[in-house]
Write a protein that binds this ligand. Sequence first.
Ligand code: AHR
Length: 327
Amino acid sequence: MGKKFKSVIALIGILIATFPNIACSNNPTTQKDSGIVLGFSQIGSESAWRIGNTNDIEQQAEKYEIGLMLENANQKQENQIAAIRRFIAYKVDVIAFSPIVEEGWDNVLQEAKNAGIPVILVDRDISTEKEGLTACLIGADFYKEGVMAGEYLIRKADSLGLEQVNIVEITGTDNSTPMRQRQAGFADAIAKDERMHILESIDGDFLKSRGAECMRSLIEKYGDDIDVVYSHNDEMTLGALPEIEDAGFTPGKDIIIISIDGGQEAIDVLKNGKINCVVECTPKLGKEVMETAIKLKNGETVEPVIHPEEKVFSDEQDLSNLEPRGY
Ligand code: AHR
């Protein structure tokens, strides 16, 4: 076991005692030594997607024998900034993080750059005027996900012969990349279809509880004018469905339900007919993150953007043989 890795293990022990937010992915003393330590700041645990993403990062770090310092920011940007500062102080080899929102990272990323530590953006992007603060982005093409959701809706409206389609949109965390791009992609995809009207877009913060609250207030406001719910993630969709039923509507029939993520629970509800379409967003980004961390540590060039392949699951398909989703 390398000297550097041993000292990191000791450090992780001190960190666990000092900072309760730090969650080490496994017993680091059982890891073999790749000679690389990766500091990863996760947004939180707001969804099955997020928990699946954390699990995947942990499993892949173990597989690639990378020492992982994992911190959960509990949905707070200031916790992510503090975590990145700790990673810099402990001289990790590579930093990775999923930025909760796009703005506000310049100072801390400049500090990482000054310390010579490369940074991988995982899942979400940042917005900055500065160049060279991050090495690359590994995450979904959220704009394409929004487009796929819009294209499904056009096909569905065609198949039902709808002449007017009133949509309510429950969006993810304000100013986050998936919120901005899923909204833009969907709006662009339906823009030329005169049947489509977005009644309201409302911030559900990617949370199940907020999805329920948003749906309740949308039903109070628009009642049976609502033809479609376009929800930016499964969690909010699963929160919205009981509200729709409590109001006397049948989701999947009276109201077309479109979701994003593709976690097992939502896929099961899709198979039962209460969701019409789920656009996949895979949380399994760990393999690419570890391979990129190794390249960066070795001074190799990396792809600036890596998007995983993603599909659409819908009531247009036979889903009986779909493999378990794993999240
Ligand atoms: O950034 C990806 C999004 O964040 C997922 O769609 C959502 O479920 C998660 O919380």
